[in-house]
Ligand binder design. Structure first.
Ligand SMILES: C[S@@+](CC[C@H](N)C(=O)[O-])C[C@H]1O[C@@H](n2cnc3c(N)ncnc32)[C@H](O)[C@@H]1O
Length: 276
């Protein structure tokens, strides 16, 4: 396993010694600790990426890999995977989990602490994936293009890219408030997650506030909040963007069962090939 921190070359090292140093707080710094608790049931996309990876083979690049929700299962399926993420806190969660893996699985994983727009590695990948709306963190067209151009440079000849984002529905409410659920942690904490989401159609942005209410029977209620903004994409816009950045779009799926995209689909899952 190699972990490269921002501004350093890749180096071999144990996960524990490779903790990344805190820089500026980003939107995941506060919520990283709760990310895995909240995504433990999110498994629908796993078989999709495993199947794609079986088709292309290794090495695989997971852009914006976070805590390794997909990266670790892919490595366990014998794929060689490199994850890129800019969040120190998310990567701290990932490296803590890597410590628990056997040496062989660890040896198939590399982690780069960097921005998807600018990271560099000499490796060339057969498949790059950008799962779970992560691409929508790129708010400006120039950010989106920088990321896609940089990813394309890191693909081998005929390498594939798969990107999954939600399909924005124009009739959706401009404000959504909901209770996402309540979980009991192994430490006996009760965590309730609430979400307020606003959609700003002219700027094509949605701002999400998560409120984590953490309680124990013997302690006072504690609230942790986090906010982030996503720039959502429409189908045609995403197709144009991919083509402009040197990709031939091969398929657009509407769900992780490989069913075709329809206007009512919940997801837009693009599979594109690096253009020659
Ligand atoms: C929704 S999480 C997804 C994590 C993981 N891929 C998954 O499916 O569970 C989005 C991730 O994107 C990362 N991220 C956001 N902007 C980024 C950027 N410009 N470069 C690299 N990582 C970024 C965040 O730090 C976060 O870990």
């Amino acid at each position: 396993m190699r972990i490269s921190r921002k501004g350093e070359n890749c180096s071999a090292g144990s996960a524990t010694s490779a903790r990344v140093i805190k820089e500026n707080l980003d939107e995941y710094d506060v919520s990283a600790k709760y990310y895995d608790i909240w995504t433990e049931d999110l498994v629908d996309d796993m078989a999709f990426y495993e199947q794609l990876a079986e088709t292309t083979g290794s090495p695989i690049l997971e852009c914006m890999c976070g805590t390794g929700r997909l990266l670790i299962p892919l490595a366990k399926k014998k794929q060689k995977v490199t994850g890129v993420d800019r969040s120190t806190a998310m990567l701290d969660c990932l490296t803590a989990k890597l410590d628990l893996l056997d040496d062989e699985t660890q040896s198939r994983i590399d982690v780069i602490h960097d921005d998807v727009r600018t990271f560099k590695t000499k490796e060339r990948f057969k498949l790059a994936i950008i799962p779970f709306n992560s691409f929508l963190h790129l708010l400006e067209t120039e950010d989106q293009e920088s990321a896609l151009n940089n990813i394309r440079k890191h693909l081998s000849r005929d390498g594939l890219l798969s990107m999954s984002v939600f399909n924005p529905k124009l009739d959706r409410a401009e404000r959504v408030v909901r209770h996402d659920g309540t979980k009991l942690t192994a430490q006996g904490e009760i965590i309730s997650k609430f979400e307020c989401q606003t959609f700003d159609q002219p700027s094509q942005r949605t701002t999400v506030h998560f409120f984590y209410d953490i309680s124990r029977q013997d302690r006072q209620l504690r609230r942790v909040t986090t906010t982030f903004t996503l720039r959502y994409l429409f189908h045609r816009e995403a197709m144009d963007l991919l083509m402009r950045c040197g990709f031939d779009v091969l398929e657009v799926y509407g769900d992780y069962d490989f069913s075709p995209f329809k206007k009512t689909s919940d997801f837009m899952i693009f599979v594109a090939r690096k253009a020659r």
